[in-house]
Every structure is written in structure tokens, then in C-alpha cells.
Design a protein around this ligand. Sequence first.
Ligand SMILES: Cc1cc2nc3c(=O)[nH]c(=O)nc-3n(C[C@H](O)[C@H](O)[C@H](O)COP(=O)(O)OP(=O)(O)OC[C@H]3O[C@@H](n4cnc5c(N)ncnc54)[C@H](O)[C@@H]3O)c2cc1C
Length: 534
Amino acid sequence: MERRFDFLVIGSGVAGLFYALKVVEKNPGARIAIITKKGETATNTNRAQGGIAAVFGEVDSFEAHIEDTLNAGCGLCHRDIVERVIESGPRAIEELVACGVNFTSVDGRYDLGREGGHSRSRVVHASDLTGREIERALLLACRARPNIQIFRDHIVLDLVKYSSGGVERCGGGFVFSENGRTFDVFYAPVTMLATGGLGQVYYHTSNPKIATGDGIAIACRAGASVANLEFIQFHPTILHAPGRAPFLISEAVRGEGGRLKSVDGRFFMESAHELKDLAPRDVVARAIDKELKKSGEEYVLLDISHLEADFIKQRFPNIYKRCLQFGFDITKRAVPVVPAAHYACGGVVSTIEGETELEGPDTAGEVAMTGMHGANRLASNSLPEAVVMAEIAARASYDYFCQIDFPWSVPVDNSLYSSLDYPKEKIVIAHDRRQLNRIMSDFVGIVRNEDHLSLALKKVEQIRSAIEQYYMATPATCAVVELRNIATVAELIVKSALSRKESRGLHYLEQTQETREEFRRDTIIAGRIREGNA
Ligand SMILES: Cc1cc2nc3c(=O)[nH]c(=O)nc-3n(C[C@H](O)[C@H](O)[C@H](O)COP(=O)(O)OP(=O)(O)OC[C@H]3O[C@@H](n4cnc5c(N)ncnc54)[C@H](O)[C@@H]3O)c2cc1C
């Protein structure tokens, strides 16, 4: 079936929803489709706990927030982008409030939290469920606009492309619905890729199942460049509960006296850093990684049971409750934890207006690499980037929409479709995905070395090439589409990591533990990975 819209938005997280609302504000008559591959709230946004960093307090300043962001980014942030996002932060918060988001306040002022790496208290939050509140309010606002249509359980496979005036442009997306077993072409002069992160490329991740890096793979196949994919932020303490939805145990637990220990009871942070369990996030993640590699165990333990049970229950009600649901009483014993892929600092090379190297598709949110985060993201800086960027991109893409003479029936290449038959079995897909996940966690994780990276590349290339063939020959499912994207993104991550012969920010190379001036640059990989060309 063919469907026609003015704007096609891929993703129902903060970036996609806020962009759609801003487009409608500019152009109340615009017909907008929001496509989301699972339920509307199955997003990284919905999981965000901490909040949104923005300058409000009297003792804070834009300069201080900019400085903290640049320090975290280890020489790779683009200063102009950092300044623009941070200086737009307070207005972005007010815009979210205007959309119905309720942030926690005390005596009529935002209650500003403090997080690692921030020199001031500046994290605006909605209790410890900030993302859920943002998602709730923005979804409600979108549903109230009759010209915004949300298509859930629809997955975008690739972009529709056409040539006009000697330029290759994007004119929408190819969309598969597993429930109805249909392929549709959604035509639109403007397409917004707001597909979020890629944590599911790894075995352990804090990200929900949707975070399979689709936008990066899709943009890359269409010819856009990607950058800085070696910089994957790992959260040190995710509850180890294989097969269950990931649950993040906040750093505040260690802040209150929680201690990490090996399975045989050694408090290994004692010798890892002078701040012991309160060392910076990447140091703790590395220490745990080292411990796991040494012991061959699946997890380490986080212990807070030496504190008063009443205090634990009152200070960490949600963590206490959720751990109990997993079968762990944190007042009585230590819980198993692992570091997990949490945030991608890299992505599709984009301007802050959301423009990529291609005409027609824009990006916003975690899928984009604007230069905001450099080699390491400062906590609570991704939500503000997503909001500010979505707003600016809405303005820019509205101008593009007004100029473009769009041919409403672009000829499409049907060979992109695989079959609509029902799949007979899923074992190959599950097996390949497990293998890719393990390779990435074991060899391209927190601490890297060149031998492991080279080995990973060989294995990932082999699997990706097999998956490409399998993809075309197999009845379509969401799982096979995602597997193809995971393989593409895995290969891009390994190639990025191999090309950075230094340690910087989140990329830690055993052989070269120092930064090298000649690598003070983004790692850019040109689009269209094909056999032998990447
Ligand atoms: C546990 C956790 C806690 C966090 N805490 C914070 C925090 O406190 N502060 C902060 O700043 N950041 C935080 N982050 C990061 C932040 O939440 C994300 O970077 C941000 O929400 C990303 O928003 P987004 O709109 O780009 O993507 P998402 O919110 O992930 O939305 C992506 C959307 O794209 C859709 N999609 C993807 N691929 C396709 C496809 N092929 N077809 C159709 N739809 C597709 C998905 O279904 C989804 O709707 C946290 C992240 C996690 C996981």
C-alpha cells in the first residue's frame, strides 16, 4: 500500500514526538506520520531517570555547564554545538512544560539535582522517572493533534530515494508491519530519523529492545556518513538478570556506601582508584570489566546490606522494590551487577539543524552525531540535546518542505522487499544475534586491545555478510530486520574502534593508554557499507 504524508517521523521518543509537535506549531495543516516499531512508549526516553541538565540556579552559568561538557568530551566536542544546546537549555525546559511536562519543584523553583561531572546542581527532573513523564506528556499532546497519526508496530526498513535536479533525495520510507504482514511505502518530502540508540548491539545493555541502531544502519545504507561510533558509554551497574528487562542500579547506591566486590568477596575497588567505589563512572566500569575478565565470572556483586534495612527501603524505594521482584533483597544480601552499554556518543553525522549529507532525511536525538558529546557524554546532556535539536530541525525542515517540488509517486525498487510468507523458524536469527552480542561485549567492550578488535572485525564481517544474504531470502520479521541493522552497526563500531590508535574518553585501548594529539578528530566512516567498501 502507498501512503502520503508531508512529514514522516521515525521514532516516538522525545526527539520524534517533540519534532512532530514543533512542525505542527509551524504548519498547523501539515500531515504527519509517526512510525514506531513497537508500542509508543517502548523508547530509551521512557527509561531516563536522572533528568535534563539545564542552567537555572543563581550560582550556575552557561560557561560552567559548557566547561563541564567540554571536559567530559575529552577534546572532541564541537564547541559551537555545545554552546548552542546549553544556551537553549532553559528555553527547552520551558517548552516541555508548555507541552504539559511536570518537573519536580520546591518553593516554585525547579529542584535541581547534581550528577557526576557537573560542577553545579543543574539537573531538572521529574522525581526519578523523568523520561516517563516527558514521554507521557508529549504523547498526550501528539494524540490531541488530529493531523498527527501514530503507527505503532511498524518498522522502517530503508529510506525511499529519488533523483531530482541532479540530486539524490529521500522521499519517505519502506515500512513493514509484522502483525498485518504488510509492506507499505510511506511517501513524504521530509523524513525525520529519530530512532534512538544502539545498546542492543551488546550482550548487556541498559537500553530497551528497540535500541538496535536502526537509524544508523538505514542512514548509512542510504549513503550518509556516521562518526565516533567507538565511543560507547557503559553504565557500571545494571542488575544481572539474563532474559529479563534491564534494570539500572543508580550510582547513588554507591554514594550511600554500597560497595562492589568480586564473587569470592574481594572489595576490588580498594586498589582500583583513590576514590574507591566513588571513582568516575568509566573507571568503575573498567575495574569491573577487568575483574570479570580475570575471574571468568558473569557478574560482580554490589553490597549495601551492611546499612540499616529501614534506611535502604526509605532511600531507595524503587530499587528495593524492583530488586525484590527479581528475587534479591538488597537489605539482606549483595546483588549481581554488570556494566552495560548505555549510550552512543556517535551516530549519523548531522548539523544541529538535523541535516545529514543526504537531502530530505533529518535526524534528532541519540541517533545523531552533532559534536555535542565528543568522546564521552556528560550525564543528563542527551535529553537536552534531543529537545533542542528537534526544535531547530523542525524549523529547518519546514523551510525545506516549503521549497521542495515533491513527485508524489516516486518509483520504488521492489527488490528491497523480502518475502511476506510466514517464517518457518527463527533459530538462525536468534543464534546470529547472540553471537554478535557476545563478540561485541567480549571484544569491543569497555577495555579493548587491537588483537581482540581485529578478531572481532573478522567475525562480524563474516556474520554480516551471511545475514545480508539471509535477509533477502527469508520471510520478513522484525527480528531479521533488526539483526541486519545490528550487524551493520557492529561492523561500524569495530571499524571505528580499530581506527583510533589511542585511548580517549570512552575508548580505552590497552596498548596505547594515553591520548595522542593526531587523533583529536572525529572518526568518520562514509556511508553505503557494501562488501569490501567501508
Ligand atoms: C536507563 C536509561 C537512563 C537514562 N537516563 C538519562 C537521563 O537521566 N538524562 C539524559 O539526558 N539521558 C538519559 N538517558 C539517555 C536518553 O534517555 C536517550 O538518549 C534519549 O531518550 C533518546 O531519545 P530519542 O528520541 O533519540 O530515542 P528513543 O527515546 O530511544 O526513541 C527511539 C524511537 O525510535 C523507534 N525506532 C527505532 N528504530 C525504528 C525503526 N526501524 N522503525 C520504526 N521505529 C523505530 C523506537 O521504536 C522508538 O520509538 C538514559 C538512557 C537509558 C537507557
